[in-house]
Write a protein that binds this ligand. Structure first.
Ligand code: NAD
Length: 514
């Protein structure tokens, strides 16, 4: 794993301005297996880096196959011995609500850890914590309201569905908003009675340890939740290839998803894949321009641009293009870059120097592919750490790599269009299909465009505000399957159909006696 380069040694001033490491951290960050915090079987650890200084601030246990085997064995035993897997939904729901209460109560600590570890602005980390609690509340309510299908053929047959938890679910998560994205998988997996093994991202393992205390206090039985830290190719790979883990829910890069798909194939596992994106925001001339600019600024610069649904390509109708670009660039220049712990910060530090290098290489590439109208490098006064100015390129052709490839940072490409047809062509012209944002006051056009755009989720005249009941997921290289609401319940359960005869036994008789 890369550490800081020599020319980025933080000065004393930066060390003073940066937040101190949160008090009371474990050393090292450990696994949590069968209700105990433990080191890796081989004692190995890996470095975790402070994104503001790029100095290693803590070690985390590097899980391998042996650690994953122990975690899966604990989860399997808990699943088979119960009581979690056989509890009444109402009882499980009470525990889940308690978990949500505890996440809310610990919101400040959670945000402190999350912001320090990821570089996310503290106000946004606080918001992600609230969303994590809401995910638990939502599934707590959903499982008690859940009704399963029954079908009646009068006088002949009744058919009903037994919904059953599947067993041990493997949950593999990325480093952007780690705690919230973990909650998104943990809540439905646990609500439905499964046991879990969570493998958080190695760039940001700090906040995941909070789950252990929260779950214990809320009354989740021993062994139902297990956590193995480690490198994707080691701990993650062992989980994917474990024969006793029938489900893998993965969020991360499309290329990692492809690899996991192949590795899971010999075991025919259930897979849910939430992958990368390069989502378009399409702004027509009749749109509310002020609202569209505010939304498209927030849509790509919030969460440091490290956001799967970021509207990182903005397509603008030619008649308002110049005005849009001018206003957008001016506003992007005003976005407040700052230390993650400061409440006024709108864009903090990118997660890791490796990711910083990747995003910076796209910024440099963009200078040859488009017209730089805002940002374009490291902000003044932040000579160390992973700080990048909100960067805007205009006149970007659809063939450009910054138009086609996911950058996952505060970088946006703006492209003009002349007709609705051309806008649709441009919107669909990438391998991804996660989200799309359409800005127009033409009712017919908005709905017809939404229908035609290749995206799993569309927002009309709106930022990314999602009702938890709606499907979440992408098409094309952005994902496989949908989560959200009852679709998550479907993923984490088997639906067994039971057929009962109500009438005469309907037997075509073979071998009838004459
Ligand atoms: P990543 O694919 O590098 O890693 C994600 C997780 O997979 C990590 O825990 C990693 O350790 C693990 N992993 C890596 N290689 C593995 C392997 N061979 N086997 C098993 N596990 C392995 O992704 P990232 O860089 O952490 O996250 C950023 C990506 O996630 C972006 O592409 C972003 O768009 C995507 N993302 C998608 C959504 C969504 O809902 N669609 C949400 C958030 C992030």
């Amino acid at each position: 794993m890369m550490t800081q380069s020599a020319d980025q040694t933080p000065s004393a001033e930066i060390r003073d301005a940066a937040a101190p490491a949160p008090a009371g951290l474990p050393a090292p960050i450990q696994h949590y297996i069968d209700a105990e915090f433990v080191d890796s079987a081989d004692g190995e650890t890996f470095d975790v880096i402070n994104p503001v200084t790029n100095e290693t601030y803590i070690q985390a246990s590097a899980g391998k196959k042996e650690d994953v085997d122990r975690a899966v064995a604990a989860a399997k035993r808990a699943f088979h011995e119960g009581p979690w897997s056989s509890m009444l939904p109402r009882e499980r729901s009470r525990v889940l609500h308690k978990i949500a209460d505890l996440v809310e109560e610990r919101g400040a600590r959670l945000a402190e850890l999350e912001s320090f570890d990821t570089g996310l602005p503290i106000t946004q980390a606080l918001g992600q914590g609230r969303r994590a609690a809401e995910n638990f509340r939502f599934f707590a309510d959903l499982i008690v309201a859940q009704a399963d299908d029954t079908y009646k053929v009068p006088g002949r047959q009744i058919n009903y569905v037994n919904r059953k938890p599947i067993g041990v679910a493997g949950l593999i998560t990325p480093w952007n908003t780690p705690f919230m994205l973990e909650s998104w998988k943990l809540a439905p997996a646990l609500a439905t009675g499964n046991s879990v093994v969570l493998k958080p991202a190695e760039f940001t393992p700090l906040s995941a340890g909070l789950w252990a205390g929260i779950f214990e206090e809320a009354g989740l039985p021993r062994g139902v939740f297990n956590l193995v830290n480690g490198i994707g190719e080691q701990a993650g790979d062992a989980l994917v290839k474990h024969p006793e883990v029938p489900l893998i829910s993965f969020t991360g890069e499309s290329s990692t998803g492809q690899l996991i798909f192949a590795n899971a194939a010999p075991h025919l596992k259930g897979l849910s894949m939430e992958l990368g994106g390069k989502s378009p925001a399409i702004v027509f001339a009749d749109a509310d321009l002020e609202a569209a600019i505010n939304a498209t600024i927030f849509g790509v610069f919030s969460l440091n641009g490290e956001r799967c649904t970021a509207g990182s390509r903005i397509l603008v109708e030619r008649s308002i293009y110049d005005e849009f670009v001018e206003r957008y660039a001016a506003q992007a220049e005003r976005v407040r870059i700052g230390y993650p712990h400061q409440p006024e910060t709108e864009v903090g530090a990118l997660v890791h120097p490796e990711h910083f290098e990747k995003v910076m290489s796209y910024v440099e590439l963009g200078k040859t592919e488009g017209r730089l109208v805002a940002g374009g490098g490291r902000p003044e006064g932040f000579e160390a750490g992973n700080f990048i100015q909100p960067t805007v390129f205009a006149d970007v052709p659809h063939t450009a790599r910054i138009f086609q490839e996911e950058i996952f940072g505060p970088v946006v490409a703006i492209t003009p269009f002349d007709t609705e047809e051309e806008a649709l062509q441009l919107a669909n012209d990438t391998k991804y299909g996660l989200a799309a944002y359409i800005w127009t006051n033409d009712l017919k056009r908005s709905h017809n465009f939404a229908q035609a755009v290749e995206a799993g989720m569309v927002w009309l005249n709106s930022n990314n505000v999602r009702d938890l009941r709606t499907p979440f997921g992408g098409v094309k290289a952005s994902g496989l399957g949908h989560e959200g609401g009852y679709r998550s319940i479907d993923f984490y359960t088997d639906q067994q159909a039971v057929h009962i005869n109500l009438g005469e036994v309907h037997n075509p008789v073979f071998g009838k006696a004459d």
